[in-house]
Design a protein around this ligand. Structure first.
Ligand SMILES: Nc1ncnc2c1ncn2[C@@H]1O[C@H](COP(=O)(O)OP(=O)(O)OP(=O)(O)O)[C@@H](O)[C@H]1O
Ligand SMILES: [Mg+2]
Length: 267
């Protein structure tokens, strides 16, 4: 269980997280949503102890995360950061092998090799595993980083905008893989998403942030609501149902487009 208790964080004099309390639901996908600058990345980084909280406490399986060794945390939490800074020239396979470091400390055993192979296969990277990271397209590189996270094989998986650079097919595949990790391997996933429709379709829970605070949280079904989303994003949303699913429409059609469509549209 990961629990944030009245966590605050500031950069200089600017308060970024304001008294945030959150219990992350086990064996669920929780989507963290909110406008740019709402504090999503900061919340994720504090929850994974990458930056210390100014006040309050983060509990990981009942223990104060600040008191835990980095390697112990890394065996429980894998985090894909919003931006990656890799200065080494390494191949996809070598990058994915980094994911095993908290377990192998650099001496890979056959169980580690198996996890690396599985992660490469999961992310469909077999035919480019010998390529250097700096030779890949943005989406291929993103998939390689996600494979590294999968190879780490932690109970908690934190992903900060993992769909960046992924095309539609890989975005859907990525979210489907995360669902499988939760349903089949009992992982707990916390994912920052900007596309609210991916949150609506794949998340079990949604946590909505604004101005460094959690302003709404609950089952995805309850958060995907026009009034709630307007409050979170300061933008108009129209919610439609497609079968079982809710879909958010968040742009206004251009008037001339509408006229053209009404002439062309026979249904
Ligand atoms: N290292 C830093 N130093 C100073 N201010 C920072 C730093 N990192 C973030 N901030 C500020 O903290 C606020 C929250 O940033 P954060 O990155 O957590 O937002 P976010 O919700 O992840 O936004 P985005 O959707 O754009 O990624 C912003 O106002 C940002 O400018
Ligand atoms: Mg961010």
């Amino acid at each position: 269980m990961i629990e944030l208790k009245q966590v605050s964080q500031a950069y200089g004099t600017q308060d970024i997280l304001k008294n945030v309390s959150l219990k992350i639901k086990e064996k669920r996908i929780t989507a963290l949503v909110g406008a740019n600058g709402a504090g999503k990345t900061t919340l994720l980084n504090v929850a994974a102890n990458l930056i210390p909280a100014k006040s309050g406490q983060v509990l990981l399986d009942g223990r104060d995360i600040c008191q835990m060794e980095t390697i112990e945390i890394a065996r429980k939490i894998a985090i894909l950061k919003q931006t990656q800074h890799l200065s080494m020239r390494i191949t996809v396979q070598e990058l994915v092998a980094f994911g095993r470091y908290p377990h192998s400390k650099g001496r890979l055993k056959s169980a580690d090799e198996t996890k690396i192979r599985e992660a490469i296969a999961y992310m469909d990277l077999e035919n480019i595993k010998e390529k250097f990271i700096d030779e890949l397209s943005g989406g291929q590189r993103q998939r390689a980083y996600i494979a590294m996270i999968l190879a780490q094989d932690t109970r908690y998986v934190f992903l900060d905008e993992p769909l960046n650079n992924l095309d539609i097919k890989y975005s859907v595949e990525m979210m489907t893989i995360l669902q499988k990790l939760v349903q089949e391997l009992d992982k707990t996933v916390i994912i920052v998403l900007h596309d609210i429709n991916f949150a609506a379709a794949f998340a079990d829970e949604i946590v909505a942030m604004k101005g460094g605070e959690i302003i709404r949280e609950g089952p995805a079904e309850s958060i995907i609501d026009g009034e709630t989303l307007k409050d979170v994003f300061d933008h108009e949303f129209h919610i439609i149902r497609v079968g079982e699913r809710k879909v958010c429409v968040y742009f206004q059609p251009q008037p001339d487009r509408e006229i053209k469509r009404s002439k062309d549209c026979f249904i």
